[in-house]
Design a protein around this ligand. Structure first.
Ligand code: NAP
Length: 341
C-alpha cells in the first residue's frame, strides 16, 4: 500500500484536540492511491479537516486523510460558472478564491471550517444558504466496490445538514471517499442578507447594496466575533444539531418561553436554536472539568486544555439532560463520534 504509516498520533488532526492514535494512516494526495487501500483494511475512516470529529478512543483501522488539492473553472455557460475543487482543499480558502476570481455565490459560507470534500456530507450551511443550492456534482471512490462514482444533487439526497452519505451511514463505514466536488455558481446573483446578524453587520458598515465580497467580509467578522478559533481554543464547531420539532410542541414551548427563536420549515415543522436552549439551561460559558460551552456561543463545546473523550461525554450528557428537563427537547450531537472501529 502507498506510503501507509502505522501508529500515528491523531491529536494534530482533530480540532477539538482530543488524544487518539490510528493503527494505520494514509495521506491521500491522488485519487489513484485509494484503489490500493480499498483492498486492505476492513475498518476505515475518511478524514478531512478533522473539524467535525470527536475521537473517543484509538482507532484500530486505516485513516485515509484526504489531501487532494486543485481548483479550476471546469466550465461556463450563459447561466453559470462550474467550479471544481479537490476534496482536500480548505473550504474557506476555496470560497475566498472563487470570490477573487469574480464568481460569487458561496460568500455566506465563508469561514466554515473543514475541507471541500467534507462539505457535501453534512450539506454545510450558514446565514440562509446551504451548499445544496450551489452544488453541481461530486466524484467519490467506493471503497467497497473499487469503482469511481459520480453523484449529482439528486443522488446526494441533501437535507438540513444532511445527505445520503449520512442517511446511509456511509460516512461512519468509511465507504465513499469523496475526491472532488463541482459547484454551480449562477451568474444571476443576489446578496442573501435576510439573517439578522448579516443585515446588522452590513448596516453597521453603512452598506446598503452589498457585493459578494462585502457579504463575505460581514460573515467573516460575525463568525470571528462569535466563534472560537480552533488554533487558540480547540473546538469542533456546533456541537449539537438544531432540533426540528412538531408545531404542537413548538407552540407549547413558545407559550412558556415567548422569546424562544423558532423558525418554520418547509415541511410544516419548526426549527429551534440549540444554542439558545443551551444558554437558557444555564450552560453558556460554563465548564465541566477541562471542557465547557463557549461563552460567546453556547452551541460550541470547547476544550480548554487537556480534555479527554470522557470529559466531553460527561459535558454532552449534562447539557442534554438539562435541556431535556427544561424544555423536553432532545439534543443530538452533530460531530462524528469515532471509536475503536
Ligand atoms: P444564529 O444566527 O444565532 O441563529 C440560530 C439559529 O436560528 C440557527 O440555527 C439558524 O438556522 C436560525 N435562524 C436565524 N435567523 C434565521 C432566519 N432569518 N431564518 C431562518 N432561520 C434562522 O446561528 P449561529 O449558531 O450563530 O450560526 C450562524 C450560522 O452558521 C447559522 O446559519 C448556522 O446554521 C451556521 N452554522 C453552520 C454549521 C455547519 O454547517 N455545520 C456550523 C455552525 C454554524 P440555520 O441553522 O438554518 O441557519
Amino acid at each position: 500500500m502507498h506510503n501507509c504509516l502505522t501508529d500515528i498520533d491523531l491529536f494534530p488532526f482533530n480540532t477539538l484536540a482530543l488524544p487518539g492514535r490510528a493503527a494505520r494512516y494514509l495521506r491521500v494526495t491522488e485519487a489513484k492511491q485509494l484503489a490500493d487501500s480499498a483492498l486492505g483494511d476492513r475498518y476505515r475512516f475518511i478524514l478531512g479537516g478533522g473539524s467535525n470529529l470527536v475521537l473517543t478512543d484509538d482507532f484500530d483501522g486505516l485513516v485515509l486523510h484526504m489531501a487532494i488539492s486543485g481548483r479550476e473553472l471546469a466550465g461556463e455557460d450563459a447561466e453559470a460558472w462550474y467550479v471544481r475543487a479537490g476534496a482536500g482543499e480548505n473550504w474557506h480558502d476555496f470560497v475566498q478564491w472563487t470570490l477573487a476570481q469574480g464568481w460569487p455565490g458561496l460568500e455566506n459560507l465563508s469561514l466554515i471550517p473543514g475541507t471541500v470534500g467534507a462539505a457535501p456530507i453534512q450539506n454545510i450551511g450558514a446565514y440562509g444558504l446551504e451548499l445544496a443550492e450551489r452544488f453541481h456534482s461530486l466524484v467519490a471512490f467506493d471503497m467497497n466496490s473499487g469503482q469511481t462514482v459520480r453523484f449529482d444533487a439528486k443522488a446526494c439526497r441533501f437535507g438540513y445538514r444532511d445527505s445520503v452519505f449520512k442517511q446511509e451511514g456511509w460516512h461512519l463505514e468509511g465507504r465513499f471517499a469523496i475526491t472532488e466536488v463541482t459547484f454551480r455558481l449562477p451568474k444571476a446573483w443576489q446578496a442573501l442578507t435576510r439573517y439578522r446578524d448579516v443585515a446588522d453587520e452590513l448596516a453597521s458598515r453603512n452598506i446598503v447594496d452589498p457585493d459578494a465580497q462585502q457579504v463575505a467580509a460581514a460573515v467573516v467578522a460575525i463568525r470571528q466575533r462569535k466563534l472560537p478559533d480552533p488554533a487558540l481554543i480547540p473546538n469542533a464547531g456546533s456541537f449539537f444539531h438544531n432540533p426540528v420539532v412538531d408545531v404542537v410542541i413548538a407552540d407549547r414551548l413558545l407559550a412558556a418561553h415567548p422569546g424562544m427563536p423558532c423558525y418554520p420549515q418547509t415541511d410544516g415543522r419548526r426549527k429551534l436554536a440549540a444554542g439558545w436552549l443551551i444558554e437558557q439551561a444555564g450552560w453558556k460559558g460554563r465548564d465541566l472539568g477541562p471542557v465547557g460551552m463557549y461563552e460567546k456561543q453556547a452551541l460550541v463545546l470547547v476544550n480548554r486544555g487537556g480534555g479527554t473523550a470522557a470529559d466531553v461525554a460527561k459535558l454532552m450528557q449534562a447539557v442534554q439532560r438539562d435541556v431535556r428537563e427544561k424544555f423536553g427537547v432532545e439534543l443530538t450531537p452533530e460531530p462524528i463520534i469515532l471509536g475503536a472501529h
